[in-house]
Design a protein around this ligand. Structure first.
Ligand SMILES: [Fe+2]
Ligand SMILES: [Fe+2]
Length: 642
């Protein structure tokens, strides 16, 4: 087969597999009947295993053919593959494949000096890198900036660009470039204004005005950049994230004022202008704290509701963006202005409630990267307004269960296993816990049983918080992960700790989150830099590490890429690793206690089915009727039923 035919056939098959994967995942969110749902989930696991193998073959097949020169026909086939398969999908699901195709295509069109095509390809590379890789590796931001600059460099050939889409992409890439520079430096510096100025200079140049002065798409893009700058200035002025010099501050105020003068009449209609106007009032003390927060809440409520059945994804995304900006403003108002502690808690609750209402209605398959990000940031923002570790744990799980239901089920089961194992330890070997925290005697351990069990259960529930906040897409692939993706996953303990580090309520859980993939003897596992053997919480880490391994057993429903193992098989592995990988005393205790083993087995078999049904009953209710999830089932119930 000629190469261009190979490329076409790859595209057709790979596209079909992406569609199948999407269908299999979507189905889970539509079925109401629980038995049917369970069957669908099992079927999904089997089908995904097949897809996985098939994709592996397809990708390595294409990889082996794409080395060497491309014919013109092959170049064309590659270009249409990129834009037929991947470009029209709102979500970027297969970035490593796109990058492979784009790089090969770029090389081909460089030789041909086909600027139209090159702009499209580099703009797409910029976007993919920004949306995906920047999330998993900080260094990738430089790469994104590099791709963006490359895309923009084709402005030298603007007059030769006869594809309007290519011209539009140059302008859109400025926004991506600015976003990345901002991310990198978390503040608006002179350099960032210079990107904006550069784009404005291009826009007002004679060539562009002559060709595109009336092009409404490009005009909108320019307006959007302006709005974006205003928003960034407003956010910085409220010191939400940054501290910067008086000089920059003044230039930001001037920039905002200019925009407000232009839009004098429609400040009420334009959310960004409204935010900018409010920001100036706040920093000039022209409004009281109570007035400000009331106005912000009223304005938030006045924004249209997202409607995932009637509106387009883009329209919904705009609405969510507006809501998110208002949320960010509310939090800034609460932090920046002078409220009593009581007022701050009360209004904090009100805005938290508003956020939850919206977030749970977003279909699981829409804007995954975007929603993952706002969930992550939002939890960090509202955390100070939540009351104690119990409420924080609950909200954390509520935010993420819809994004990553399978990871959530895993955490629920680990919590449940840990709870059961913990109570057996208190009953049979309480001395193991002496020395933990303030527990200084066996009597102490026994009298504080409830507190200890609560701690162990929660440790299980949040041990993988780093995985829960990862881009959803990584956990849902039906292909093998790239080296970058793999090494990213290995960082989940550190990512989790980093995420919760400012919260003293989570401080006691730090070592468990960080150490649950270390071996008992500290000699293997990750992260290398953490010495679990020296941790005062060592025994809790050991409990969670054993429960984490046990949870893998008997999973015939949710693991799509691994053949499941039986409980006995996994338990045998634990016994074999006793003393090196796993705590030998705990392994022994389980080995010698038939009733305990039976209960642990129950949790991963029937408990798993119950937990899974419960999670999805919640999902269906949330997706169809809105509102926050209500968890009837918790780790403790599952044990008692056994
Ligand atoms: Fe983990
Ligand atoms: Fe885990």
């Amino acid at each position: 087969m000629a190469l261009h035919d190979d490329i076409r056939s790859f595209t057709k098959k790979y596209k079909k597999n992406i569609e199948t994967r999407t269908e299999l995942n979507d189905k889970l969110f539509k079925i109401c009947d629980q038995d049917k749902w369970l069957k669908t989930l099992k079927n999904r696991a089997v089908r995904c295993q097949k897809l996985y193998k098939d994709n592996e073959k397809l990708i390595s097949g294409l990889n082996s053919k794409l080395c060497g020169e491309l014919s013109d026909k092959a170049g064309e086939a590659l270009f249409s593959s990129i834009f037929d398969v991947f470009f029209d999908r709102f979500e970027i699901s297969d970035v490593p494949i796109i990058i492979l195709l784009c790089r090969t295509a770029a090389e081909h069109f460089e030789k041909k000096k086909d600027y139209n095509r090159l702009v499209r390809i580099y703009a797409f590379l910029t976007y993919c890198n920004m949306e995906y890789y920047s999330r998993i590796r900080v260094e990738e931001r430089d790469k994104t900036i590099e791709y963006a600059k490359k895309t923009i460099s084709f402005k030298e050939h603007y007059a030769e660009l006869d594809d309007p889409e290519a011209r539009l992409r140059i302008f859109r890439t400025y926004a991506n470039l600015m976003g990345n520079v901002l991310e990198e430096h978390t503040g608006l510096r002179d350099g960032d204004f210079s990107i904006y100025d550069e784009m404005m200079a291009l826009w007002s140049s004679e060539t562009v005005q002559k060709m595109d002065g009336n092009n409404s798409d490009i005009r909108n893009e320019v307006e959007w950049m302006k709005d974006n700058m205003v928003y960034v200035c407003a956010r910085n002025l409220l010191d939400y994230r940054t501290v910067h010099s008086e000089e920059i501050r003044n230039s930001e105020i001037a920039f905002i004022k200019e925009k407000l003068e232009e839009h004098d009449k429609d400040i009420e209609k334009n959310t960004i202008c409204w935010i900018a106007d409010m920001t100036l009032k706040i920093i000039n003390s022209e409004i009281t704290p109570l007035d400000a927060i009331h106005k912000v809440i009223m304005k938030t409520d006045a924004i249209a509701k997202p409607d995932f059945e009637k509106l387009t994804p883009e329209e919904n995304c705009d609405i969510l963006d507006e809501k998110y900006m208002m949320m960010e403003l509310s939090v800034a108002v609460l932090r920046k202005m002078d409220f009593t502690e009581k007022e701050r808690t009360e209004y904090g609750r009100q805005i938290t409630f508003r956020f939850f209402k919206d977030i749970h209605k977003i279909p699981n398959n829409l804007f995954t990267n975007y929603v993952d990000d706002i969930c992550k940031e939002y939890f960090s923002m509202v955390r100070p307004f939540l009351n104690g570790v119990g409420e924080k744990e609950q909200k954390l799980m509520q935010i993420f269960f819809l994004r990553q239901p399978l990871t959530y089920i895993h955490c629920l089961l680990v919590g449940s296993l840990a709870y059961r194992l913990g109570s057996a330890i208190i009953e049979k070997n309480p001395e193991m816990l002496v020395g933990l925290g303030e527990l200084d005697s066996i009597k102490d351990v026994i009298s504080k049983e409830n507190g200890i069990l609560d701690f162990v259960r929660r440790a299980g529930l949040i041990h993988d918080v780093g995985e829960i906040i990862m881009p959803t897409i990584i956990n849902m692939q039906t292909r093998s992960l790239t080296e970058d993706e793999k090494s990213f996953i290995l960082k989940h303990p550190e990512i989790g700790v980093e995420y919760l580090k400012e919260d003293t309520d989570f401080e006691p859980y730090r070592d468990v989150i960080l150490g649950h993939h270390k071996s008992y003897d500290g000699k293997s596992g990750y992260p290398a830099g953490f010495d679990n053997t020296a941790s005062p919480y060592r025994v809790i880490i050991d409990i969670i590490s054993i429960c984490d391994a046990l949870e893998n057993a008997e999973d015939y429903i949710s693991r799509a890429y691994k053949e499941p193992k039986s409980f006995d098989e996994i338990f045998r592995e634990i016994c074999e690793g006793a003393g090196t990988t796993y705590n030998p005393y705990i392994a022994d205790m389980i080995k010698n206690d038939d009733a305990l083993r039976k209960e642990l087995r129950f949790i991963v078999t029937e408990g798993r089915i119950k937990a899974t049904q419960e999670v999805y009953r919640n999902i269906v209710t949330c997706v169809q009727y809105g509102g926050s999830p209500y968890f009837r089932l918790n780790a403790v119930d599952m044990v008692n039923d056994g």
